[in-house]
Design a protein around this ligand. Structure first.
Ligand SMILES: [Zn+2]
Ligand SMILES: [Zn+2]
Length: 173
């Protein structure tokens, strides 16, 4: 089976939210064996582990366990509720220090690209672009150069699927 496409989380191996395993495990949703398991947040009453990518993409896991991969309150506003449903029920989440927050731009959710510090942003040539973001908290804006990947001030990089603009979410440990 081809690996599903997650438009809001396009490279989930790079972000380490999916793990390739040496031995197959059973997905609790479809009850089939999988070599790739989901390692990110899943908000449900039951403790659910080892979901396969297919059950996330189809919405089967969110439905079966009445769960969500992203808190719908912790995201920028988008007018189309179908997009929110795709984000919360059919998109792998990411792991933040605190409550994960999903950025939006051009009235759609952005693609999550991964965790970054100031050095990574410099390497990508994005420091000016992310500094201009009006959605960024003033304190964080003043302390952007203190961002470090894996450090106590962590950046999470997003990119608009429509205009290509890069946006950050920031939190602290
Ligand atoms: Zn499955
Ligand atoms: Zn945009």
């Amino acid at each position: 089976m081809p690996f599903p496409v997650f438009k809001y989380h396009p490279d989930p191996f790079k972000t380490k939210i999916f793990k390739r395993r040496d031995a197959a495990v059973v997905c609790p949703c479809c009850e089939k064996e999988t070599f790739v398991t989901y390692e990110g947040p899943f908000y449900s009453v039951e403790e659910v582990e080892n979901l396969c990518p297919g059950c996330i993409a189809s919405g089967a896991a969110a439905k079966k366990f009445d769960g969500a991969f992203q808190d719908s309150e912790s995201a920028d506003e988008v007018s189309d509720p179908e997009k929110l449903e795709e984000l919360t029920c059919r998109t792998p989440g990411y792991c933040g220090w605190q409550q994960e927050y999903w950025r939006a731009h051009c009235d759609d959710y952005c693609a999550f690209l991964g965790c970054v510090g100031w050095r990574e942003l410099e390497e990508m040539g994005l420091t000016a672009e992310v500094s201009e973001d009006p959605g960024l908290d003033a304190w964080f804006k003043e302390n952007l150069t203190g961002l470090s990947n894996g450090g106590s001030l962590q950046g999470y990089l997003f990119q608009c699927l429509h205009c290509g603009k890069h946006l950050l979410h920031i939190d602290c440990d």
